[in-house]
Ligand binder design. Structure first.
Ligand code: ZN
Length: 450
């Protein structure tokens, strides 16, 4: 028994070491403890006030744990810190862009992503200067469409969809319509039955469907005709049914998908991302397909959950290792939240909350800010859960994730050379390589190692 125990302990310690290599141990108290500390600080402040202590010596309310005040109002000091950091980072980004790859026009790693960032800043601040900046970048991407890929994140659909929205907001309707028309021209290759296009979000049909839904949400519900949406949705459903039949899984998982012959689970290449897009109300999937095909498939993925609450990167992989948007709980959580909204069953919300706990424990990634496999992408899961539940615990977690870079990353990370780096190496290896070669690391294709 002693031997078995030590072996188990060894395994556990090995697992912990591997985890530490990928993520920082979370140094923050969770919401309940922080709220308690905050209450203590408040009562200390009240006691000090009662004793008529000079104001300068009072601990400010909310200074110890919580970044927000009553009624979920974000603490003004916290807001000011965010705003000043945004300005600081924008400046650094613009500096880095001077030497960035001029040909990478994708939303995922290139110029469309920058245009999207400025569009979001415009949305939040209503400052027209941000919209015009977004236009500058989007024009640049529209001159460089390459016809190689079709998705929002990695293909021409990204620049075209973001371009249409920017022009629409600037009331340049003919330019907006031109972008929409070009985007719709891609549809033929998407629905063609002899196309070998995958179905996943990064390079496949779901990534094209996402661009269509984005237009209908941002510009108006009939910007993309319902008939076009239906054809694309049907192509994705048919493809899932066919693979399920081939793999004899029609009972357990009636909509099965693969990418590079691997049945991925996560958001970027896997079923979570495809199901998430199909469940969007704007996709208009009929009730029968939702309950007969999508729901059992989602439950099939749910049953692949590890004991930790995390999810495997693919159906054949049993290693509980990755906690990124592209692989693991941070991507699957969005499918679960959408399933909860669609089917109104508590089990989906319960699993989503478990995902959130895994992300809180193991999701403060060492790789940097990125959305695909960085801390920001993991932070979005807390925001989504907060929007749905209005539970302050998740707002707290999201705020703390924002503090991660400033708590851990050395300044060299913030001041690193050119933008558009999407590497799978972790920060330590990256720094070692910089020291050795003084050249940027090579790009590694996204896959299960991400
Ligand atoms: Zn990734």
């Amino acid at each position: 028994m002693g031997e078995a125990m030590s072996k188990r302990l060894k395994l556990q310690l090995g697992g912990e070491a591997a985890m530490e290599e990928r993520a920082f141990p979370n140094p923050f108290p969770d919401y309940e403890a922080a709220a308690l500390a905050d209450a203590d600080s408040d009562s200390a402040a009240a006691a000090a006030a009662a004793a008529a202590e000079p104001p300068a010596h009072r601990p400010p309310a909310g200074s110890l744990g919580l970044p927000f005040l009553a009624q979920r109002k974000i603490n003004p000091t916290f807001t000011r810190r965010i705003q000043s950091k945004i300005q600081d980072l924008l400046q650094q980004m613009e500096e880095g862009l001077k030497t960035a790859d001029p040909h990478d026009c994708s939303a995922y790693t290139g110029w469309t992503g920058i245009a999207l960032l400025y569009l979001q800043l415009y949305r939040v601040t209503s400052d027209q200067a941000y919209l015009l900046r977004s236009l500058d970048y989007v024009k640049r991407t529209l001159r460089n469409l390459n016809g190689r890929r079709v998705t929002f994140l990695c293909g021409d659909a990204g620049p075209l969809a973001v371009g249409a929205v920017v022009y629409h907001k600037l009331k340049s309707d003919s330019e907006a319509k031109e972008c929409v028309a070009k985007l719709l021209q891609l549809q033929r290759t998407i629905v063609s039955s002899d196309s070998d296009l995958p179905d996943e979000l990064l390079y496949g049909r779901a990534g094209y469907l996402y661009a269509l839904l984005y237009l209908n949400t941002e510009i108006g519900p009939n910007t993309v005709p319902q008939s076009t949406l239906k054809e694309v949705v049907n192509a994705i459903i048919e493809s899932g049914k066919n693979l399920s039949k081939e793999e004899r899984k029609t009972e357990r998982c009636p909509l099965l998908y693969q990418w590079h012959r691997k049945q991925y689970v996560g958001a970027a290449h896997g079923m979570a991302g495809i199901y998430y897009v199909l469940m969007q109300p704007a996709s208009n999937v009929d009730q029968e397909t939702l309950t007969e095909l999508l729901k059992p498939s989602i439950d099939y993925v749910r049953h692949k959950k590890f004991r930790s609450g995390n999810y495997p990167s693919s159906l054949s992989n049993e290693t509980d290792r990755l906690v990124h948007w592209c692989h693991g709980a941070p991507g699957v959580i969005h499918m679960l939240l959408q399933a909860y909204k669609t089917f109104k069953e508590e089990k989906y919300l319960k699993d989503a909350m478990e995902c959130s706990d895994v992300i809180w424990q193991r999701g403060l990634l060492r790789k940097g800010y990125g959305i695909c496999h960085g801390t920001a992408g993991n932070g979005y899961s807390f925001l989504s859960l907060y929007h749905l539940t209005q539970d302050k615990k998740y707002l707290y977690r999201a705020c703390k994730v924002w503090e991660v870079p400033f708590t851990f990353y050395p300044t060299c990370w913030l001041r690193r050379p050119p933008a558009f780096r999407h590497s799978n190496s972790d920060l330590g290896r990256r720094k070692a390589r910089w020291k050795r070669t003084a050249k940027p690391p090579k790009r590694v294709p996204s896959g299960e190692t991400a």
